[in-house]
Design a protein around this ligand. Structure first.
Ligand SMILES: C[S@@+](CC[C@H](N)C(=O)[O-])C[C@H]1O[C@@H](n2cnc3c(N)ncnc32)[C@H](O)[C@@H]1O
Length: 284
């Protein structure tokens, strides 16, 4: 393979994450196949270039977008919508679809945009086109997805797989001494859709002690903080969706948690499917 652009990121969890999405997509299409009136949309909010390469010495592998395009059994999706902010990546994915999937190019849309904008557009599309059901995959590196974008998805036929940067994002902003810069507090608020007081009370305890020189406030960051962040995001998703799956917890080589990967849905069967696919070995 000689890609124009290869996304440089890796780890076994990348493969596991793609496997989860593809296995889920196949199971999803099997169910939708029995409901002939339903039209299916695959929405990929951080689509990438189509290829992933761990480094220059390692051969590129297909990214999730192409793997989902490969699915024909039990049936393909009726429509694909790929969002990618980077022009080079967007062009590369588009070229690959035109060359390798010419029979699908008319129903595969690739747009250069911010995922937040297109999540909003998808919500409006689904409100107007009630025959459509969407499987959405949101795979950012960092805290890019605003809570407002998730809130807009309420009461729609969406199964949303989302990668939550619990260790690599949120935890890094929660400073041990609780002295968090204003810009970081604003980021935490927009990401979690909560006020700073609500957020801080979830992750810190404070107590005042009397000392010889007056009162002193002691601040403690809670233990198992990254797991708490994962639990909070699950809780937030449950205010928008009927059900949220267990998390596939991704760790780095030193066993620190980087991400929680979870699925939100309004459909109980979909929840069971997702939990079956996130095999016990993936759980914390
Ligand atoms: C983790 S990679 C995606 C990998 C891909 N999901 C896969 O499994 O093959 C993240 C991609 O998101 C793109 N990106 C970054 N910020 C974005 C945004 N706000 N909206 C859409 N795409 C964005 C990056 O250019 C990058 O290609």
């Amino acid at each position: 393979m000689k890609p124009n652009t290869i996304n440089q990121f890796g780890g076994n969890w990348t493969e596991a994450k793609m496997e989860i999405v593809v296995n889920y997509a196949k199971a999803y299409l099997t169910i939708m196949n029995k409901q002939s009136w339903v039209k299916t949309l695959y929405f990929d909010g951080f689509a990438g270039s189509g290829l992933i390469g761990a480094n220059e010495d390692v051969e590129a592998i297909k990214g999730t977008a192409l793997r989902v395009l490969d699915i024909d059994d039990p049936k393909p999706f009726d429509m694909y919508y790929f969002v990618e902010k980077d022009k080079k990546n967007k062009d590369s994915l588009e070229t690959r679809i035109n060359i390798d999937y010419p029979h699908k190019k008319d129903k595969a849309h690739v747009v250069q945009e911010d995922c937040n904008v297109k999540l909003n557009d998808m919500a409006n599309f689904l409100k107007k086109n009630r025959a459509f059901r969407a499987l959405a995959f949101i795979d950012p590196y960092g805290m890019t997805v605003n809570w407002k974008s998730i809130e807009n998805l309420k009461e729609l036929g969406i199964d949303l797989w989302i990668l939550v940067p619990t260790g690599l994002g949120v935890n890094r902003l929660l400073k041990n001494d609780r002295k968090i810069p204003e810009a970081w507090l604003l980021k935490l608020e927009s990401f979690l859709g909560l006020s700073r007081d609500e957020i801080l009370s979830r992750f810190y305890s404070q107590k005042t002690i009397n000392t010889l020189f007056g009162d002193e406030t002691l601040v403690n960051k809670e233990v198992e903080i990254i797991q708490r962040i994962g639990n909070l995001y699950t809780e937030r998703l449950k205010t928008i969706f009927g059900f949220v799956s267990e998390s596939f917890v991704m760790r780095n080589s030193t066993n620190s948690i980087m991400y929680h990967f979870m699925m939100a849905t309004n459909n109980k069967t979909a929840l069971k499917l997702a939990n079956d696919i996130i095999k016990p070995k993936y759980r914390l």
